[in-house]
Design a protein around this ligand. Structure first.
Ligand code: BG6
Length: 458
């Protein structure tokens, strides 16, 4: 825990949605579990006046709503008392002098330098400006403890801007100090994928094109864009969910076994899988927009998709098919304002009229469900029925931790395994770039669906 004692979290975008919904609840839980030192300091940059008491009340409400009405007031008080508000405008390079001075004073106050965790909870369009301003006041140079950058997705807006951002960051920061957040990689079931695949003989033998027919990865939500018009109009479902979360999950589902579970080995195999992905046929990429979206964002002409679907193939010995076998079909789909919340990986095995199906659920609950064929019980029938072998994470005695807790702990520890490398991110952009272009150049093909519709979106 020694590293944790000397960490400072500097938040760009404190008043945003992410801060209240993900970051602070995670900090609260880490503190509750004794995983954050009580001197862990948080510097929250803000342009506006912020009433911390009001923020605390809202946070308490949020924690209670998501935690069976439980919130330890002492822990919450402690957490909030560690927040130092810093009035500055992150779009103004001059204001970074204020931040620089504050951090310097802090370093002097504590005889050792703090590990500085710079958390970018701001729209992607602001990333490069903030980085240049940090460099302008020398904040890229580490004091006697490392600087780490936590960057929310999407990393860039397209291949070119992602490449530019990589270049800019690469000029001033080492790759091992850049943590590109993909919270799907920190979900328990997603982390468990490699264990299930590689430590079980029954799966290791059948995890290939001989046995698997298709893999569908879905992340649909019942909520709409929840007022995030600015962000969403610039993003859309393909960039928001598929470019990052779903492709990274697909990489874990299909990658070769790494020689160990160290960051380099895992990243290398994930990257290899991502590099092998090809779009099936651009015309099969689908997009939809829920009715009322245009009014909500105040843009009557918007063609931004709130639903996206991609079909891909993976070029490799295990997945691309052979003379006698068709390639494994991969489908990725994500959308908002649909009839239920579900994030899942559905693996359908080949063969027979009633195939085995393995369903791995990531939302709303995490678990594994395997459908196997059995003889229907009874005296005189020989009918086959599918039964469900299920495991829910909720059944374990272990306390559940949200993905953001894992993310923060890993950044404090300096473990990058669950964070995509720059090459992974660029490879994902390379794959979806033609779709973005195709959709931009072809205004047709946007389906409108009613809020609360079910899949498939026609
Ligand atoms: C975020 C997206 O990365 O993931 C949001 O920006 C989306 O639009 C969220 O709602 C979904 O995450 P989860 O963990 O609730 O499935």
């Amino acid at each position: 825990v020694s590293d944790q004692r000397t960490s400072n979290l500097i938040i760009f975008g404190f008043t945003g949605d992410l801060s209240k919904r993900k970051l602070f609840p995670a900090l609260y839980h880490l503190m509750l579990d004794g995983l954050l030192d009580k001197h862990f300091e948080i510097i929250a940059t803000t342009r506006r006046d912020v009433d911390l008491e009001k923020f605390k009340k809202e946070l308490k409400g949020f924690i209670e709503d998501n935690n069976d009405n439980k919130c330890d007031d002492l822990v919450l008080d402690n957490l909030i008392s560690n927040v130092k508000l810093l009035r500055m405008d992150v779009s103004n390079p001059d204001d970074f002098n204020i931040l620089q001075k504050t951090l310097e004073t802090q370093d002097v106050a504590c005889s050792v330098g703090h590990t500085r965790l710079f958390y970018f909870a701001v729209p992607p369009i602001m990333f490069s400006g903030i980085i240049s301003s940090m460099v302008g006041v020398g904040l890229h140079k580490s004091s006697d403890a490392p600087n780490r950058l936590l960057i929310e997705k999407p990393f860039g807006h397209n291949l070119q801007s992602a490449q530019e951002l990589c270049d800019l960051m690469g000029m001033h920061f080492e790759e091992d100090s850049i943590y590109r957040i993909d919270h799907y990689l920190a979900k328990d079931t997603v982390q468990n994928l490699l264990h299930v695949r590689f430590f079980n003989m029954i799966f290791r033998q059948v995890w290939n094109q001989e046995s698997i027919e298709s893999i569908v990865i879905t992340a649909i939500e019942s909520i709409d864009i929840q007022g995030r018009s600015g962000f969403y109009e610039h993003t859309g479902a393909l960039r928001d969910m598929i470019q990052s979360h779903l492709l990274q999950v697909l990489a874990l589902v299909t990658m070769e076994q790494p020689k160990d579970f160290e960051v380099e080995s895992v990243r290398e195999k994930r990257l290899k899988a991502l590099k092998g992905l090809r779009l099936v046929d651009i015309g099969t990429a689908k997009r939809g927009q829920y009715q009322g979206y245009r009014f909500e964002v105040g843009n009557p002409e918007s063609v931004v998709e709130t639903y996206a679907e991609l079909n891909v193939r993976l070029m490799s010995d295990e997945w691309s098919g052979s003379m006698d076998l068709p390639p494994v079909a991969f489908k990725l789909r994500a959308g908002k304002a649909l009839d239920h919340k579900e994030a899942s990986i559905v693996i359908t095995f080949r063969d027979h009229s009633i195939p085995n199906i393995l369903i791995i659920t990531m939302q709303p609950e995490e678990g594994f469900h395997l459908k196997i064929a059995t003889r229907k019980p009874g005296l005189d029938n020989n009918q086959t029925e599918m039964i469900n072998l299920s495991y829910h994470y909720d059944q374990t005695e272990e306390e559940k931790h949200e993905a953001y807790e894992k993310i923060l702990l890993d950044v404090i520890k300096g473990d990058q395994t669950l964070f995509p490398s720059s090459e992974e991110v660029l490879t994902n952009w390379r794959l979806i770039e033609p779709v973005l272009k195709y959709w931009r150049d072809n205004s047709h093909g946007l389906a409108f669906y009613e809020k609360g519709s079910s899949l498939p979106i026609k």
